[in-house]
Design a protein around this ligand. Structure first.
Ligand code: ZN
Length: 183
């Protein structure tokens, strides 16, 4: 990520302060921001191996080969083709990008951001979980409205998957009916 940034004029080389801030965010315990989930990634330089993931057609997202992909296929065949992958594997740079964008949108409120998106070292998207939604529903798939869809209710009937972030979960994360718990 650091190498790519320095090659693109629109981004530019990260300053030592920016790198230090990324490291601080990555390694600190986010309980100070009200996030109580488990760490899923040990090191800021942990890489996701390209040969361990596979691109899912028509989604723009990747899943881990094996258990995640198998579960996704089973979910689609049980729920129907109106359900689709809306977010799959996320490595450190991707989660960090989403997290910092979330902080920006909350006006710098790290605590509020951490309750709607896991900090970079704490995402289960880095180890197998994925998000699903109803085709054509766009951003509404990431709102509570998702529970009004028949796709959601079919999902709830499946015994081999569950919901990672239920209402009032211990991790401190908002209710996320679209996030499928795999591991
Ligand atoms: Zn998710």
């Amino acid at each position: 990520m650091l190498k790519f940034a320095s090659r693109y004029s629109r981004i530019g080389k990260f300053t030592p302060q920016e790198v230090a801030f990324m490291e601080e965010i990555f390694y600190q315990n986010p309980d100070i921001h009200g996030f109580y989930g488990k760490r899923t990634i040990p090191s800021i330089t942990t890489k996701i191996n390209k040969k361990d993931v596979v691109k899912i057609p028509h989604t723009g997202h990747y899943l881990f080969r094996g258990h995640s992909k198998k579960s996704y296929k089973r979910v689609i065949s049980d729920v129907g083709k109106s359900l689709i992958l809306t977010s799959g594997v996320r490595g450190v740079p991707k989660q960090m990008n989403l997290y910092f964008n979330k902080i920006k949108r909350t006006g710098g409120n790290i605590s509020l951001a951490s309750r709607s998106l896991a900090p970079p070292a704490y995402s289960y998207h880095s180890v197998g979980d994925f998000d699903v939604g109803k085709i054509g529903w766009g951003y509404k798939n990431f709102t509570v409205s998702f529970i009004t869809t028949k796709e959601f209710w079919r999902l709830r009937q499946l015994s081999y998957i569950s919901m990672r972030y239920t209402i009032n979960n211990k991790e401190g994360v908002r209710f996320e009916p679209w996030h499928v718990k795999i591991i």
